[in-house]
Design a protein around this ligand. Structure first.
Ligand SMILES: Nc1ncnc2c1ncn2[C@@H]1O[C@H](COP(=O)(O)OP(=O)(O)OP(=O)(O)O)[C@@H](O)[C@H]1O
Length: 406
């Protein structure tokens, strides 16, 4: 099934056409990716691997904190295909699931995130007491991988594989990410891991993927997450994008709402992009991957460079201090990518992309509605203080006019 191209899909369309498009996309989103042929999947995989990694000459799709970071030398890891089909189980949506998620962790307040010395064994230890793990920040009840029935592999990240699993006792379906402790230690990502777990597990918002907790054994750490049956927004964008205004505005609104929630808690996500957004039932999308997120308790400005090149804001590129408005900038880039199929400053080299970001050199095709152009321009302002607030984004005319069709 082919979806209409973006150029067919703006306000020029009459309501009926627009609604039909909307329904087509909804039906695609609400069915599994099994419609995509294997050859198309292979192409998707190639595109996926080449596009995001090309500009970084072999490094992964994130800009790491400093060139001395060991993670900076990681070679790219091939991502798995759209492999989120879950034939093994009839999976109820989380909302309709008759069973409750397993009680795995209880995590305390966010204030204790910054450990002076992070040691993976403080957190994910230990062979000695694997059933009574406690750390300064979290407690974990007894649990191990035998408590789960493993379904299909959903994907593979740089540090581990993600599976669809069913907790045997409760029948609860979730996603389980297994990571080698050695890799985490080797790349000295203990702190990042701790931060990711602590932040994500403390959040409760309909557009943020839930992290129920984690456990570990001798070799691996396992994160137990809300299962998102339709995979990454990035893959949907590759296969069925770009989206029309109705779909794009619904996605932008949902992410704006999630960011509003995070920023009110002084959390900056710092890596907003379609790869870090998962699609659930009923067209709902959820932000995930809090590996780069940070709590900024006093709202102070920070200097650590992180994120993905196409989504970096001018202040990040120039290593200036920054605050939560870097996420707002990234939302503007995301909006453009949803509507156009590629990010606004995409170029063949990192330097060229940086140049265009610094000049806010955006091309708007005539087919893009004026409302959409206006919103993007007001978000992508070089001066972080002039960027539209998340609240104003949520009530911008582009959102409000499309909202009635969601
Ligand atoms: N909660 C989930 N529900 C369904 N699928 C998921 C879930 N989490 C991850 N996946 C799938 O597993 C793949 C790997 O996820 P993972 O978080 O390990 O890596 P990543 O985000 O691609 O990369 P990174 O290693 O940079 O975090 C994703 O691309 C996604 O398709």
């Amino acid at each position: 099934m082919s979806l209409p191209h973006r150029s067919n899909s703006s306000y020029q369309l009459n309501k009926k056409e627009t609604l039909n498009q909307h329904k087509a996309v909804l039906s695609i989103i609400s069915t599994s990716n099994s419609r995509i042929s294997p050859s198309k999947r292979r192409n998707l995989k190639n595109t996926l691997n080449s596009r995001r990694y090309s500009k970084l000459s072999g490094s992964p799709n994130k800009v790491y904190i400093s060139s001395s970071s060991p993670a900076a030398s990681l070679s790219p890891v091939k991502r798995d295909l759209i492999n989120n089909l879950y034939n093994n189980y009839k999976i109820p949506s989380r909302e309709s699931s008759p069973v409750k998620p397993p009680q795995i962790t209880s995590i305390n307040t966010l204030g204790t995130v910054h450990h002076e010395k992070s040691n993976i064994n403080n957190v994910v230890d230990t062979t000695k007491s694997s059933h009574s793990l406690t750390s300064p920040t979290m407690k974990i009840k007894s649990m191990n991988k035998d408590d789960f029935e493993f379904g299909l592999k959903l994907g593979k990240g740089k540090f581990g594989k993600v599976y669809c699993v069913k907790e045997k006792k409760s029948g609860f379906i979730c996603a389980l990410k297994a990571m080698n402790k050695k890799d985490i230690e080797h790349y000295r990502l203990e702190r990042q891991f701790i931060r990711e777990v602590e932040i994500q597990a403390s959040l409760n918002h309909p557009n943020i993927a839930k992290l129920y907790g984690y456990f570990h054994d001798e070799k691996r750490v396992y994160m137990i997450m809300e299962y998102m049956p339709h995979g990454e927004l990035y893959k949907l964008l590759e296969s069925h994008g770009p989206f029309n205004d109705i779909i794009a505005s619904s996605f932008v609104y949902q992410i704006a709402d999630a960011l509003d929630y995070l920023h009110q808690r002084r959390i900056i996500h710092r890596d907003i992009k379609p790869e870090n957004i998962l699609i659930g039932p009923n067209n709902q999308i959820k932000l995930t991957d809090f590996g780069w997120s940070i709590i900024n308790p006093y709202g102070t400005r920070r200097k650590t460079l992180c994120g993905t090149i196409d989504y970096l804001s001018p202040e990040l590129i120039t290593s200036k201090e920054y605050d939560q408005t870097v996420d707002v900038w990234a939302l503007g880039v995301l909006m453009y990518e949803l509507l156009m199929g590629s990010p606004p400053f995409e170029e063949s080299t990192k330097e060229m992309t940086y140049k265009r970001i610094m000049k806010v050199d955006i091309e708007f095709p005539q087919t893009m509605s004026l409302d959409a152009q206006n919103l993007i321009k007001r978000i992508l302002s070089t001066d972080p203080r002039s960027r539209l607030s998340l609240r104003d984004i949520k009530r911008h005319p582009w959102i409000l006019r499309n909202k009635e069709f969601w």
